[in-house]
Design a protein. Structure first.
Length: 498
């Protein structure tokens, strides 16, 4: 067996885990925040150049791509990150298996495209999927490289790659082709360009041996963890995409396009807080996976920080949903407003449940995680189906209820994984509901006054954001006790010098 690869890579050993985690979160937050703004800007442009049907066709195809991605990676990337001791045999075997699996998935999707189009009853899905399936052949070579960057906590590189590949790949290509009149193909080729740029950048930043190798011992250790992750990811996929399939299959491509725009806007803050936290916390929690008390403190602090950011934001977005839709998509998309308001009401639960997922993976409890994700999938299917007779708003309400149930089940499993106090979680949620009320209640009275004065929606949104921001700053600096331990930790972290 060759010597183990360093867990921290190029990171300085003098830095504490907490400091590296803070720096990693800062880089990922900046990157994800910039990418969220880019996504919003690109969405605003494309929404004015393309139709809901264009978005609906590509959304249906990408739903299948997301499913195939689970089998294309077979849990290799998280296994690389979580492995207590990573050897060169693990890296080379992981690279070989992920590349072979990705090529196999590409071939299967190319052949199965007509069947998928028939399943959705959207014929245009077939040609779109036959191009999008090549994303797997592209990504397969970069899966291990990206995982090594995450394991080594090189979040600056991950952040910059994400921003650059989206801006230069998807954004530039999709908008350019949309302006040239390519319709759905602008979205398809934008996805391909983003994958090419990101994969090349990951490989360049995290060089490793790419000679094929199938080492049985290494493969067994990777797949032991990866099997649970794959089963869990499959359940998570069903949970995240069942509503889109149900809407597309029974309400049509145009309705799916409308629903997908509401969902896309919602997912920007979710990705900003939840997905970023997951990428940074997973390697950090894996490092302390045997210390239940430290895991519990990290869990509570993470949930507290998410509550601090998302509960007030959820109230603000619900109150100013129509203005946000007009600004981002235009008046022709106002039918998105009510589904968006219903979806955004569950923003905290949708974001915070990811912390339970991160904790269970770090502890190696992958089959517990898989069981939970399949319960999540079942609740989403039930919620979307029960809401279907009431249109998009009914589907959104059913999904919101499923998210809350999933969060509660995640708390129960997290209590098994570490020394977690459910009473402390309830206290965190309670204090941030109070903060959200202090921030948003004045806006509830201010908005009708400004509307009566005939303010333009953009000015109305700007004024509301300025007032909410000012109140939040006053609370943060003048009444920090309202923000609890997570507020004190955040003030301390912001005050630290590099």
């Amino acid at each position: 067996m060759t010597p183990a690869l360093a867990v921290a890579g190029g990171a300085s050993p003098a830095k504490s885990l907490s400091r590296r985690t803070i720096e990693g979160f800062a880089w990922m937050f900046v990157g994800a925040g910039s990418q969220a703004l880019l996504r919003i800007a690109v969405l605003a442009v494309l929404a004015r150049l393309l139709t809901p049907t264009d978005f609906g066709v590509v959304s249906a195809a990408m739903t299948v791509v997301a499913l195939a991605d689970i089998f294309g990676t077979i849990g290799i990337a998280p296994a690389i990150v979580q492995m207590p001791q990573l050897d060169r045999e693990h890296v080379r075997t992981g690279f070989t298996v992920s590349a072979l699996a990705s090529f196999a998935i590409t071939a299967i999707l190319f052949v199965a495209a007509p069947v998928v189009a028939g399943l959705f009853q959207i014929p245009a899905v077939e040609p779109a999927l036959r191009v999008l399936c090549f994303i797997f052949a592209i990504r397969g070579f970069a899966i291990v490289a990206e995982a090594k960057l995450q394991r080594e906590m090189r979040f600056r590189s991950i952040s910059l790659i994400g921003m650059a590949s989206y801006a230069l790949g998807y954004g530039a290509v999709a908008i350019g082709l949309a302006l040239a009149g390519f319709g759905i193909w602008s979205l398809v080729w934008g996805q391909i360009a983003q994958s090419v740029l990101a994969s090349l950048a990951f490989i360049a930043c995290s060089r490793h041996a790419m000679r094929p190798l199938l080492h049985w011992g290494a493969l067994r250790r990777l797949l032991r963890f990866g099997a649970g992750i794959t089963l869990s990811s499959l359940g998570n996929y069903v949970a995240l995409n069942a509503d889109q399939f149900i809407v597309g299959r029974w309400l049509g491509a145009a309705t799916l396009g409308i629903y997908n725009r509401a969902y896309t806007i919602l997912m920007q803050p979710v990705n900003l807080f939840g997905a970023v936290g997951d990428k940074v916390l997973f390697p950090a929690l894996a490092t302390i996976q045997s210390d239940r008390d430290r895991l519990a403190r990290a869990y509570c602090r993470s949930v507290g920080l998410i509550a601090l950011a998302t509960i007030p934001l959820s109230g603000f977005l619900t109150l100013f949903a129509e203005e946000c839709i007009q600004l981002l998509l235009g008046k022709q998309w106002l039918q998105v407003t009510l589904p968006f308001q219903i979806l955004v009401a569950s923003l905290f639960f949708r974001t915070a449940y990811k912390i339970s997922s991160t904790l269970l993976r770090a502890r190696g409890m992958t089959f517990w995680l898989a069981s939970w994700q399949w319960l999540y999938a079942a609740s989403v299917c039930a919620g979307a189906w029960l809401g279907l007779p009431y249109g998009l708003s009914g589907v959104a309400a059913g999904i919101g209820a499923a998210i809350v149930i999933t969060f509660v089940l995640g708390l129960v499993l997290s209590k098994r994984a570490c020394a977690l106090s459910l009473r402390q979680i309830a206290a965190i949620m309670g204090r941030h509901l109070l903060v959200a009320a202090l921030i948003n209640l004045p806006l509830l009275f201010l908005k009708p006054v400004l509307l009566s004065l005939g303010w333009h929606p953009i000015l109305l949104l700007a004024a509301g954001g300025a007032v909410a921001g000012a109140i939040a700053l006053v609370i943060f600096f003048a009444v920090p006790k309202l923000l609890g331990d997570e507020g004190a930790w955040l003030r301390s972290a912001l005050g630290r010098k590099p």
